[in-house]
Write a new protein. Structure first.
Length: 318
C-alpha cells in the first residue's frame, strides 16, 4: 500500500498548485505551547528534556492509535486516506514551483530587493547584509529550494517507507524543533542527543538523494562528488545535498577562458585558462539556474517513483 499512497500523495502535491489550507505547521505550534506549559509545572526534572521527548513521541503515539481504530473500516479506505492526508500535511504546504515562479517574476524585473523580501517571508532565518547582492540572494534561493525539498519531501518519504507513518511524523517533529530554534534561539535545541538524532536520521536519505541527483543530472561528476561523502561522518545533510545538486546542474564547473597568448613571439597561439575569472552571470542566467534546480527536483521525484514501483513489483517496501 505504501507505493500507492506515495504515488497519490506526490500527484496531489504536484498538481495542487495553490497554497494548501491544511493544518500544516500550526498544529505543532499549538502542541508545543501545551507541552511547554505542562512541562513547566514539573519540579526537580529536566523540563527541556521531557518536553523534547513528549514532542517526539506523543504525536506518533496518537497517530498509531488512530490508525489502529480505523484499520479495516470501509475496506481500508479510511486508513488509506489517513496515510495520504498525513503525507500532504508533512509536505511543504506551499507549492514550490508556483512559489518559485512568483519569485522569478521579481528577479526578471530586476526587483532584487522584492525577490529577497519574498524569499525571507518563506525563510525567516535568512539574513543578508545587502538585499541587492544578486549572487547572495540567488544562492540562498537555490539553497532554500533544495533543503526544503530534501527535508519536507524526500526525507519524509524515506522514513515513511522505512518506519511507516509514525516514523515520518517523528522526523517531521524533529525538524520543527530545530526550525523553531533557528528562528528563535530561546527555543532550546541544544540537547546533544537531539542534534545527533537528526544527523543520524538524515545521513542515509541525503546520500540517497545525492545518488538520485547523479542519475538525474551530470552522472560522472555528481557520482565522484558523492563518493567523497560516502563514508564521511562530519558533513551535514544540507552540505551533501547542496554539493551534489550543484554538481548535477553544472554549477561547480568553472567555464574555460580562451584568449590569445600575451607572448608577442608566439604565432596564432590560444591559451586555455581555467583560473581566469569568468564573466558574471546575467539576471536571466541566474533565473535559468533556479529553473534547472526545479527540473532536477522533478526528475528526482520521477526516479524515486520508478524505483518504488520496482520494489513494489518484488514485494519490497509494502
Amino acid at each position: 500500500m505504501k507505493f500507492l499512497v506515495i504515488l497519490v500523495a506526490l500527484l496531489i502535491n504536484h498538481y495542487w498548485t495553490r497554497d494548501r489550507a491544511l493544518p500544516g505547521d500550526a498544529w505543532f505550534e499549538r502542541l508545543q505551547g501545551y507541552i511547554q506549559g505542562w512541562a513547566q509545572r514539573l519540579e526537580g526534572y529536566d523540563t527541556q528534556r521531557w518536553r523534547a521527548v513528549l514532542l517526539l513521541l506523543l504525536p506518533s503515539c496518537v497517530l498509531l492509535i488512530l490508525l489502529w481504530i480505523v484499520e479495516g473500516v470501509w475496506f481500508g479506505l479510511i486508513s488509506f486516506g489517513v496515510h495520504i492526508a498525513l503525507l500532504l500535511v508533512l509536505f511543504d504546504p506551499v507549492h514550490l514551483r508556483s512559489w518559485t515562479q512568483r519569485y522569478l517574476s521579481h528577479w526578471r524585473e530586476e526587483d532584487f530587493e522584492g525577490a529577497y523580501l519574498y524569499l525571507q517571508a518563506r525563510n525567516p532565518s535568512l539574513r543578508l547584509e545587502y538585499s541587492d547582492d544578486q549572487e547572495a540572494v540567488h544562492t540562498q534561493c537555490s539553497r532554500f529550494l533544495l533543503i526544503t525539498s530534501f527535508e519536507r519531501l524526500f526525507a519524509v518519504l524515506f522514513w515513511y517507507l522505512v518506519l511507516g507513518p509514525a516514523g515520518a511524523l517523528a522526523y517531521f517533529v524533529l525538524l520543527q524543533m530545530r526550525r523553531e530554534h533557528d528562528i528563535d534561539a530561546s527555543q532550546d535545541f541544544e540537547q546533544p542527543w537531539l542534534t545527533r538524532l537528526e544527523f543520524v536520521l538524515e545521513w542515509v536519505p541525503a546520500r540517497l538523494l545525492g545518488l538520485t541527483f547523479a542519475l538525474a543530472g551530470e552522472f560522472e561528476a555528481t557520482f565522484n562528488c558523492l563518493r567523497g561523502y560516502a563514508t564521511e561522518t562530519q558533513s551535514t545533510a544540507a552540505e551533501v545535498v547542496l554539493a551534489c545538486a550543484n554538481t548535477a546542474i553544472g554549477r561547480t564547473q568553472k567555464p574555460l577562458s580562451v584568449h590569445d597568448s600575451e607572448d608577442k613571439d608566439s604565432v596564432n597561439t590560444l591559451v586555455i585558462d581555467i583560473e581566469r575569472e569568468s564573466e558574471p552571470l546575467t539576471t536571466l542566467q541566474y533565473a535559468q539556474q533556479i529553473e534547472d534546480v526545479l527540473n532536477l527536483l522533478d526528475r528526482s521525484q520521477i526516479i524515486w517513483v520508478g524505483a518504488l514501483a520496482l520494489l513494489a513489483v518484488y514485494g519490497i517496501g509494502g
